[in-house]
Design a protein around this ligand. Structure first.
Ligand SMILES: [Zn+2]
Length: 127
């Protein structure tokens, strides 16, 4: 295993490592930030990149933290994911490539996006 990954394994919890590095999905309604309504910024748990604002968080009822848009478009990368039978769009941190979750086209905001993100990929900084 590469050195960078070895360091990450020490720094992250096993679940954070599985989600961000191996694209696992945390079980619904188990994540730290599912019901969080505190104001603040959600950063990438791996590299600290600012990803989402609490202002764009909404309760999607899915069991994962959901956002209508990223804080800045440039902080996220998108990749086609064909690992299930349907094609989905994977969302990654643009800075370090950490897996965050998926984006769907059924969101409530003006852009119609729903960013479905694992709590494990996020570290919240309260305002
Ligand atoms: Zn990152």
């Amino acid at each position: 295993m590469e050195k960078g990954k070895e360091d990450l394994r020490k720094r992250l919890t096993p679940e954070q490592f599985r989600v961000t590095q191996e694209k696992a999905t945390e079980a619904p309604f188990t994540g730290e930030y599912v019901h969080t309504k505190d104001r603040g910024v959600y950063r990438c748990v791996v590299c600290g990149n600012e990803l989402f604002s609490s202002e764009d968080k909404f309760d999607s009822g899915t069991g994962w933290p959901s956002f209508t848009r990223p804080k800045k478009k440039s902080s996220l990368g998108e990749r086609k994911d064909r690992s299930l039978f349907v094609e989905r769009t994977e969302v990654v941190c643009d800075k370090c490539g950490a897996h965050l979750g998926h984006v769907f086209d059924d969101g409530p905001g003006p852009e119609g996006k729903r960013f479905c993100i694992n709590s494990c990929s996020l570290k919240m900084e309260k305002k």
